[in-house]
Design a protein around this ligand. Structure first.
Ligand code: HEM
Length: 422
């Protein structure tokens, strides 16, 4: 394949790594790393073979070819496990489902899958309540005071509160009116940026930094500590509560009374504001769904997928892969390739079904995201209610730059003005 003009120069010994790393540092410009990879892949049509330094084991095949993706995620799924390299990079996730392969993955997926309907009901109820009691009042106050709101920060807090409620049974109140600082959420952001860095440089490099505990890896140490402290704190609180409940003989009756009070409260809130949409009200909101799908296509929350091959193989595009190479699928880029989505790939949306190996935002094949319906329900409840009650506009001059992280978010948040609809 001919090297395109935007491709980094291939140096003896160092390969393309100097040019690649320098692109990582164009952070402040709107011409960000994602845009650069989009231009490169457009120019050389779907595939990019990035040569890492000599003997570094960091050759990367970037592909956005739907035929390859279908092959890797579906047809020859067994040959493309997460693999040892992935496990080392994502060590912070332990041996949970995201890192697991083979039998351990199968067992964890089965267990998680069986819990999803219950989780879905919980998240649907809690999301509606939180929208009504916290999110709408918060934006109404901002509208009254003509205050600028960082909508990305608000949504992160919303998700964080509902997720903690689901996982630990407690709402940490990150969305309370004073918007308290959330060290755990900041630590997660830091960890996600370090995980991106680890994927972008040779393994020996980040391991050396980790050993020396400097730079990005120092950031990871601090982030891991904060994350561990938060999780162990919530678990021990929960265990204390459970122990208390076990000792208390009157609990069954009390619980019943509490549940009944909860039900009544729920009924009474419905009476207070009947114009707050819940999951059931939105089940046939197909235009809203299409708009959300389109946003997730253009701005995939997981902007890259990363795989390795267990055995040497040849992809449908003819590219050879060997077990030492990394295969990277750039989702952000895929959404902007005309050959995949047509001429209007960047600025139009259509109401039609597309195969999941083209729309990869929730992954595809046997490892498809288990929380897709849950996430979608939450997105619909939040979007429908806010759009119904408020007119929201991005602050003039706000610069939108994606951060370099394994999760796509805006480096400077999303500053908006909010007005109540009349
Ligand atoms: C907009 C929100 C979400 C997006 C875009 C999303 C996207 C994804 C993606 C891309 C993967 C594949 C990751 C990989 O292995 O490389 C994944 C896996 C997964 N997701 Fe989600 N996800 C979302 C929300 C959720 C929620 C709310 C849950 C559950 C509570 C969830 C549960 C999972 C699980 C368990 C897996 C692992 C599946 C497996 O490896 O078998 N996700 N998700």
């Amino acid at each position: 394949m001919e090297a395109g003009s935007r491709l980094p120069t291939k140096w003896p010994v160092l390969g393309m790594i100097p040019g690649f790393v320098s692109r990582l540092h164009w952070r402040e410009s709107t011409w960000c790393f994602h845009d650069w990879t989009t231009e490169v892949l457009r120019e050389i049509w779907l595939h990019l073979l990035l040569k890492g330094p000599w003997c570094s084991g960091m050759d990367i095949l970037g592909t956005s070819d739907p035929a390859n993706i279908r092959y890797i995620f579906n047809a020859n799924f067994a040959n493309y496990p997460k693999g040892g390299q992935f496990l080392e990079i994502f060590d912070i996730l332990g041996d949970g489902i995201f890192n697991a392969d083979s039998d351990s993955w199968k067992t964890q997926r089965k267990v998680a899958n069986s819990r999803m309907p219950r989780f879905w009901r919980f998240v649907a109820r809690v999301s509606r309540e939180k929208v009504e009691k916290v999110l709408i009042p918060l934006l109404a106050r901002a509208a009254e005071h003509a205050a600028v709101v960082d909508l990305q920060d608000v949504f992160l807090r919303f998700t964080f509160d509902t997720t903690c409620n689901l996982v630990f049974g407690v709402d940490p109140g990150c969305l309370s009116p004073d918007l308290p600082s959330v060290p755990f959420a900041n630590a997660l952001d830091d960890a996600e940026e370090v995980l991106f860095f680890r994927q972008a440089v040779p393994m020996g490099w980040w391991k050396l930094l980790r050993w020396l505990q400097v730079g990005e890896e120092k950031k990871m140490v601090l982030a891991s500590e904060t994350i561990c402290n938060f999780i162990t704190g919530r678990i021990s609180e929960r265990m204390d509560e459970v122990a208390k409940v076990r000792q208390d003989k009157e609990v069954p009756m009390r619980l019943e009374v509490q549940l009944d009070a909860g039900r009544k409260r729920h009924l009474s809130t419905r009476q207070v504001d009947p114009v707050v949409f819940g999951a059931d009200d939105l089940s046939s909101a197909i235009y809203l769904e299409a708009a959300l799908f389109e946003s997730l296509r253009l701005f995939p929350p997981v902007p890259f997928e990363h795989n390795g091959a267990a055995r040497p193989d040849v992809l449908p595009s003819g590219h050879k892969v060997d077990p030492k190479a990394k295969i990277v699928i750039p989702l952000y880029v895929m959404a902007r390739v005309e050959g995949i989505w047509g001429k209007d790939c960047c600025d139009d949306w259509k109401l039609k079904h597309e195969p999941l190996y083209k729309f990869l935002s929730f992954n595809s094949g046997p490892r498809i995201c288990l929380g897709k319906d849950m996430a979608f329900t939450q997105l619909k409840v939040v979007a429908a209610n806010l759009l119904h009650k408020f007119h929201i506009t991005v602050v003039k001059g706000h610069v939108e730059v994606p951060s370099l992280s394994i999760i796509l978010h805006m480096k400077h948040g999303l500053r908006v003005n909010v007005e109540k609809r009349v």
